[in-house]
Design a protein around this ligand. Structure first.
Ligand code: ADP
Length: 216
């Protein structure tokens, strides 16, 4: 069972910490704000008030024994960088850090973060795509060139097979899965028929996805 330490329990960090705890994992949360610690005390395994930029404090808390460290300090860039560095130096295998800008993200990678997340930027991208077309339910950037989108099937697709839709040739897109109520059809076949209410999980180049967005 993996153990997680979440440092910085603002909106993002506390959401991660609570979710992991509710999934049944051990979660140590650290924040220097006493009120935040009190508010979260009953919602995670341990909540400790401490300044995480102090290496000795982190050592004393046994942070080195955790499998995954999440650094969710956004505003105070210096603290975010210091804590990420300390976690890597203590030997935590996987450290995820939240960045508030591209430059901040680059620095976090340079000092050893295994993954950097940009919650505001990424959520902004998702919401924007959903606003352009309400049929775009989710949008996940895989790289600067490729993304995965979830698209609610439009009426002109209903009762047609994937072969008839021919998205690969017409749009350069691959349908990876079809969500139908609670069911997920993974790697659908050419003969699978799209029904009203289906959600298509599609992967492709951003330029092709953008064309489809305008169409749906
Ligand atoms: P969010 O946008 O997710 O709320 P913030 O950057 O505003 O993120 O929140 C960061 C959290 O990290 C705050 O609760 C703050 O008290 C905490 N924090 C900031 N610096 C330290 C530090 N040196 N040690 C421990 N916690 C810190």
């Amino acid at each position: 069972m993996k153990q997680f330490v979440v440092i910085g329990l603002g909106r993002f960090g506390s959401s991660i910490a609570r979710t992991l705890y509710n999934l049944g994992y051990d979660v140590l949360g650290i924040d220097n704000n006493e009120e935040i610690i009190q508010a979260l005390a009953d919602s995670i395994t341990h909540a400790v008030q401490a300044d995480a930029t102090d290496e000795n404090t982190l050592k004393a808390l046994g942070v080195r024994n955790f499998d995954v460290g999440i650094v969710s300090i956004g505003q105070d860039i210096q603290a975010s960088i210091l804590v990420t560095l300390i976690l890597k130096e203590l030997g935590i295998k996987f450290v995820v850090a939240k960045a508030q800008s591209e430059l901040h993200g680059k620095v976090l990678y340079k000092i050893g973060a295994d993954r950097v997340v940009f919650p505001e930027r990424d959520m902004g991208v998702r919401v924007a795509h959903n606003l352009v077309s309400s049929n775009i339910l989710d949008y996940i950037e895989l790289s600067p060139d490729f993304s995965i989108v979830e698209i609610a099937a439009i009426p002109e697709w209903f009762e047609k097979s994937l072969r008839e839709l021919d998205m690969r040739v017409k749009h350069g897109l691959n349908v990876m899965a079809i969500k139908r109520n609670e069911e997920v059809i993974v790697s659908p076949k050419a003969d699978d028929i799209i029904l009203e209410g289906d959600i298509l999980v599609v992967v492709g180049q951003n330029k092709d996805i953008e064309k489809l967005e305008k169409h749906v």
